[in-house]
Design a protein around this ligand. Structure first.
Ligand SMILES: NC(=O)c1ccc[n+]([C@@H]2O[C@H](COP(=O)([O-])OP(=O)(O)OC[C@H]3O[C@@H](n4cnc5c(N)ncnc54)[C@H](OP(=O)(O)O)[C@@H]3O)[C@@H](O)[C@H]2O)c1
Length: 288
């Protein structure tokens, strides 16, 4: 069984031939069909995740595939995988046969492709929780999104429209929004505060434009804007609860998600691609 291994934090990856995992109680073996390469994988591989796995480990926090052996699911069941420490506390999904805790599996409807099954969880559940759980979106409110061309940003735009919000492409001080979902951080967040109406909310999702910001506290107080950080690892249960209805929207075409396929052997190229500005969609490794 081929699997990618991280041998040292921030070091090069190694594609290795390993013995296939053996069935264990409480765990499922899944034949990988698609495994996503995302920003979270870069964070974990760099050794920057708060509770990292022991080295060496197999990266990959999301995937989709077919059950081979499980006490909870019949062999042949189509599933998506995410959570339960997959690719964060323990070995992940960038391999031909995934050994996952049963609770990481969810049923993947026939109408949803393996690629979408692998790639949907992070962007769609992050967008959902940002809008509805943290952001408290009400119908008719004005919503702004930074990084709208990104995976989370585009899901946020689609779901906000679906919820009856008025979506504002480029929010600014002259046309303030009630809720700003910021997937970019840095200077974009500093400037974003001025585009939110008094009493409004900002949900912070990402920080690719900068890890540090300078906020004038008198301005924050006078504007009375709430800054709400999203941590989907702490809100995994909310994400899982939303997953079936998000899959339904993907199945009937209400939600769209861009993906780009890479061969399993091309994981390093996928990692490089997602780090480039202007890439569109999520990178997905597919089984040969
Ligand atoms: N907090 C959480 O729990 C959570 C959950 C999911 C994702 N995230 C984070 O959210 C962020 C977005 O994820 P994603 O999957 O949507 O990523 P993505 O598909 O790579 O999209 C990134 C977006 O940010 C924009 N961007 C990147 N650097 C920028 C800069 N310096 N200035 C302005 N815009 C910039 C990109 O614009 P261009 O297209 O112009 O390059 C693009 O629209 C990532 O940092 C990810 O780690 C956090």
């Amino acid at each position: 069984m081929r699997a990618w291994r991280v041998l040292a934090w921030g070091g090069p990856l190694s594609l290795q031939e390993l013995p296939p995992p053996v069935p264990r109680p409480g765990r499922s073996l899944v034949r990988m069909a698609a495994a996503t390469v995302g920003h979270i994988d870069r964070t974990v591989m760099a050794g920057k995740f708060m509770a990292p796995p022991a080295l060496p480990y197999t990266p990959g926090v999301e995937a989709a595939g077919v059950v081979v052996d499980s006490t909870r699911f019949s062999a042949g069941t189509r599933v998506w995988l995410r959570g339960g420490g997959l690719g964060t506390r323990s070995d992940g999904t960038w391999c031909e046969l995934i050994d996952a805790p049963d609770e990481a599996l969810g049923l993947l409807p026939d109408e949803v492709s393996m690629e979408w099954g692998s790639a949907f969880f992070s962007p769609s559940t992050s967008a959902w929780v940002a809008l509805h759980e943290l952001g408290g979106l009400r119908p008719g409110e004005r919503v702004g999104v930074t990084g709208g061309s990104g995976a989370v940003g585009s899901m946020t735009l689609q779901l906000a429209r679906d919820a009856g919000a008025e979506v504002v492409g480029q929010p600014d001080e002259s046309s303030p929004v009630d809720l700003l979902v910021d997937t970019v951080g840095g200077r974009v967040l500093e400037e974003g505060i001025r585009s939110v109406a008094p009493g409004g909310r900002i949900v912070l999702v990402g920080y690719t434009a900068g890890e540090h910001v300078s906020i004038a506290l008198p301005e924050l107080l006078q504007r009375d804007v709430r800054l709400l950080p999203l941590n989907m690892y702490r809100r995994e249960a909310q994400g899982r609860a939303a997953a079936p209805q998000l899959l339904e929207r993907l199945a009937d075409g209400r939600l769209q998600l861009a993906t780009r396929r890479f061969a399993l052997a091309d994981a390093p190229q996928a990692l490089q691609w997602i780090a480039e500005r202007g890439h569109r969609g999520r990178a997905v490794l597919v089984a040969d």
